[in-house]
Design a protein around this ligand. Structure first.
Ligand code: PXL
Length: 266
């Protein structure tokens, strides 16, 4: 029987992040993807690839969630970019309507190139309304600093401390991602389940960030959980999947290359 995975996320028009990446990842990992669109991001090539952001009206988001959850028995969902407090409240209300085996939250606070602190009300709404519903949260370095309330994260020990602090906010599993910005030879991620710390590392592929790596990682975890994998196996496979995708990256005219989700299968 085909397993299903659900994603609630935004569109990123170049194809390098957002729901496009989530659905490609689901397909590559053999799960049937169902998606609900929260917003449309169209980078502006005439303006340094700055963000042009259009939210989907809350009623339309609620309609999509109703259609998706009525058509299918979904029990694993990934949450990507939400973007506004109104969207966050709508998605939280929709999620509360049924039980979930896993809610994987990629806490997209800002996108690459956006100014830090651009959307404090959105950050607060995410923390208050979505974080308590998440079984797993996958912050990058910036998001981990923000959620953990730490000024700096420069070592694996500090990344682990951030994961512990974020765990205390509610989610059962925290996957904190060091990425290329955490100093060192390897791209290190830390999984904390409330008891055990698992450190995953793979040699960095260059020193430049790649667009879509975070989306791909969380989507791959979601797909594996949908197939019934335990959290640690899901995270390990997702790390391999995203590392293969970064090695096979797709060049673009944007400031960042993007992950090739097809690289893992070859
Ligand atoms: O990479 C984070 C992200 C997620 N979702 C959407 C985005 C971005 C960053 O640009 O646009 C829709």
């Amino acid at each position: 029987m085909v397993q299903l995975a659900y994603v609630i996320a935004g569109s990123e028009a170049t194809g390098g992040a957002g729901i496009q990446v989530d659905l490609k990842t689901f397909q590559e990992l053999g799960v049937y993807g169902v998606g609900t669109l929260t917003c449309i991001v169209s980078f502006d090539p005439k303006n340094g690839w700055g963000h042009r952001f259009v939210p989907v009206p809350p009623g339309v988001i609620a309609d999509q969630m109703e259609a998706a959850t009525s058509a299918h028995d979904l029990d694993v969902v990934k949450i990507g970019m939400l973007g506004t407090p109104a969207t966050i409240e709508t998605v939280a209300a929709g999620l509360r309507r049924q039980p979930w085996r896993h809610v994987v939250l990629d806490p997209v606070l800002i996108c690459k190139g956006q100014e830090a602190g651009a959307a404090l009300d959105t950050d607060n709404a995410l923390r208050e309304s979505i974080l308590p519903l998440a079984t797993m949260v996958t912050p990058n370095l910036f998001e981990a600093r923000t959620l953990a309330g730490m000024d700096r994260i420069e070592t694996v020990e500090e990344l682990t401390e951030a994961a512990r602090r974020i765990h205390a906010l509610g989610p059962q599993y925290v996957l904190a991602k060091g990425g290329v910005e955490l100093p060192g030879e390897d791209a290190v991620d830390v999984l904390f389940d409330g008891e055990d710390v698992t450190v995953l590392s793979a040699p960095k592929v260059g020193q430049e960030r790649v667009s879509g790596a975070g989306c791909t990682l969380a989507a791959a975890v979601t797909a594996e959980l949908a197939k019934g994998a335990d959290v640690r196996s899901a995270v390990a496979l997702a790390k391999d999947f995203v590392t293969a995708g970064i090695n096979g990256r797709v060049a673009a005219h944007t400031p960042f290359d993007t992950v090739w989700q097809g690289a893992y299968a070859g």
